[in-house]
Ligand binder design. Structure first.
Ligand code: SAH
Length: 251
């Protein structure tokens, strides 16, 4: 059996209990070394084979998995954050389907959740934003038509932008082009939940200069929107005058 496991955003104790137990049982761990915290490998049992996928191709990864499977060994494929976001997990699952190799998928805490915790904010605020747009700048990986930053900026919803720390000049141009005011609050969250986590508050117009001043070039998320600052409406859920399935209004 192959287990795809979300490693969480960085802090060793932000992997799920299920994920940690699987790491402890694995005969082979293939981990995404560019972002997974290597301290998680302390959970591996003695004799476990450990491969860093940073220097491997999809074919190499599949070969390791097939060999382990043929020998009756258990594999954990450890992906950063939650594997459903920019994890390149689908192509692995499809290849395993073709080979009739069984797999299970264990979710993880994404860095976008850890980033909200780092800035101590809520992405969805009544009257401000009820949607979160998770996206990235077009880089060497293209973005389909209609899904560019400027298209999404027009919605003025909360935005969480992955994989774009090296493209901040372009990113801020696109955000402003798409309709965000220059002084819209933004934040750069570097290595959320890691011991060297850093939060740099700024505005949409100062993203590039803020990152440059802080020396941040990778492993960061860009948060954009009025959820970072300013007023909002109180939630209905905890409003005394609001009745719902679990509570009657008191006024
Ligand atoms: N599946 C992962 C994302 C993988 S893409 C997840 O759910 O988090 C890799 C990108 O994620 C990085 O370029 C960076 O933009 C972001 N990222 C991953 N871990 C991060 C962290 N701890 N803090 C800030 N950004 C992070």
């Amino acid at each position: 059996m192959i287990y795809f496991v979300g490693a969480g955003p960085g802090a060793v104790d932000l992997i799920t209990v299920r994920g940690q137990k699987l790491l402890e049982k694995a005969d082979l761990i293939i981990y995404a070394g560019s972002l997974v915290n290597p301290e998680l490998l302390q959970f591996a049992k003695e004799g476990c084979r450990i491969c860093n996928s940073a220097s491997m191709t999809l074919e190499d990864v599949l070969q390791e998995m097939e060999q382990a499977e043929a020998a009756g060994r258990m594999t954990v494929r450890l992906h950063t954050g939650d594997p459903s976001l920019y994890g390149a997990i689908r192509e692995q699952m499809d290849a395993l389907d073709q080979r009739h190799i069984a797999y299970t998928y264990v979710p993880g805490v994404s860095s976008f959740s850890a980033a909200a915790a780092a800035v101590r904010k809520e992405y969805t605020l009544p009257g401000i934003s009820q949607s979160v747009i998770i996206t990235r700048m077009e880089g060497r990986t293209p973005v389909p038509d209609g899904q560019r930053i400027a298209d999404y900026a027009a919605h003025h919803a909360t935005m969480v932008i992955f994989l774009s720390t090296g493209l901040l000049d372009k990113l801020q141009d696109e955000l402003i082009h798409g309709g965000y005011a220059e002084d819209t609050p933004a934040a750069i969250v570097y290595k959320a939940s890691w011991p060297d986590e850093r939060v740099c508050p700024c505005t949409v117009a100062t993203l590039a200069e803020t990152a440059a001043a802080a020396g941040i070039t990778r492993t960061a998320l860009i948060l954009v929107g009025d959820f970072l600052d300013g007023s909002y409406d109180r939630s209905k859920l905890y409003d005394p005058s609001f009745t719902h399935g679990f509570r009657k209004a008191s006024q």
